[in-house]
Design a binder for this molecule. Structure first.
Ligand code: NAD
Length: 327
């Protein structure tokens, strides 16, 4: 067993968190992850209303008695979002772990802390990690340039971002972006993290509620098949490289604004990728780890494999290197 400050703080068996994925992080996946001993995270904005989120929380509870969390992402959206209401509904539903992302969570912290909620703040720069610690977040999840979705604008990969964060904060650190296997977990721990966050890798699991065709594409894809869009709007997103993403890039080159780009990138359109299995239906977030995905295991098989491989690297391979040096 790999035990860290993160496993102790969150009451989980393995130092692995399933990233909040819009439209995908629903009860069946989240419960499977939590039942496997990692931490499943629902996404608040997958649900059109706070009431919808509460129903999903209840459904998750029917499927697992293990800890799980709720992700609240505060980024620009095409329609206004009542964030305060989602936070309140999450607290009232008794959820004890919340992952915030996208913007400074300070306005929500008093209510969350008063309710005894552990707050993981996901951010993409060291300065935001330092601020997260200062305002009272319990954990910082540092999201490197490799990640799916929004990597920020600094383009710093995990190899530098994780140790820089370790040098700069004292709270537990989750390494996010670029993780898919036991080598990644062992590397993250060596770089100073207390666990990893994985999104894209969990897409290619039996329990992920997405079309089988998309899982097959993830298995076949290599690490060059993502691209960065929305950079011209300072809201960069890493997505699977398809015709829609290429059209967005062309519009951005022409200086188009969100009015023209919005219909192409809309989440409602992207949802059809997952539900209908049409990879060209819209844009869909995918990280560089598409190059590391070679099968579609169950969540439990995946988590067990990652932990077993990390243990063998930490317990056998690396100590073995030391003994070779001694000879
Ligand atoms: P949406 O349909 O409202 O917007 C689609 C995309 O356009 C999103 O990336 C959004 O950030 C961006 N966008 C919207 N208005 C913008 C503006 N005025 N300027 C610049 N960019 C703008 O969003 P959705 O797909 O329904 O997703 C809901 C929320 O979840 C969004 O905030 C989205 O960014 C976020 N999200 C995060 C991730 C991730 O990083 N893990 C993945 C998917 C979605």
């Amino acid at each position: 067993m790999v035990r860290t400050r993160l496993t102790r703080l969150l009451g989980i068996r393995h130092p692995i968190i399933q990233g909040g994925m819009q439209w995908v992080s629903r009860a069946e996946l989240v419960a499977a992850v939590s039942n496997a001993g990692a931490l499943g995270i629902l996404t608040a904005l997958t649900h059109a209303s706070p009431e919808g989120l509460v129903r999903e929380i209840q459904k998750t509870r029917e499927l697992t008695d293990q800890p799980f969390g709720v992700n609240i992402t505060i980024l620009p959206t095409l329609q206004p979002v009542p964030y305060e209401e989602y936070v309140q509904a999450t607290i009232e539903a008794g959820v004890k772990i919340v992952e915030t992302a996208g913007r400074n969570p300070e306005p929500f912290l008093p209510a969350l802390k008063q309710a005894g909620v552990r707050v993981i703040h996901k951010c993409t720069s060291v300065r935001h990690a330092v601020k997260a610690e200062r305002i009272g977040c319990d954990v910082v999840s540092i999201d490197g340039f490799e990640c799916a979705g929004h990597p920020g604008e600094d383009d710093v990969p995990g190899l530098v971002l994780i140790p820089r964060t370790d040098d700069s904060v004292t709270i537990p650190i989750v390494a996010s972006g670029g993780f898919a296997d036991g080598r990644g977990l062992a590397a993250a721990l060596a770089l100073g993290a207390d666990g990893i966050n994985m999104g894209t890798r969990f897409l290619a699991t039996r329990e992920a509620p997405i079309h089988e065709r998309i899982k097959k594409i993830l298995v076949e894809a290599d690490e060059r098949q993502t691209t960065l869009i929305l950079r011209s709007l300072k809201n960069t997103a890493r997505v699977f490289r398809n015709r829609v993403a290429e059209e967005v890039l062309k519009l951005e080159e022409q200086g188009a604004g969100i009015q023209d780009i919005g219909p192409l990138v809309s989440g409602k359109r992207g949802e059809r990728v997952w539900s209908q299995g049409d990879p060209e239906a819209g844009i869909w977030a995918a990280g560089l780890v598409v190059g590391l995905i070679a099968d579609v295991p169950t969540v439990a098989e995946l988590v067990e494999r990652i932990v077993r491989d990390a243990e063998s690297i930490i317990g056998e391979k690396l100590p073995g290197l030391l003994s070779i040096a001694d000879r």
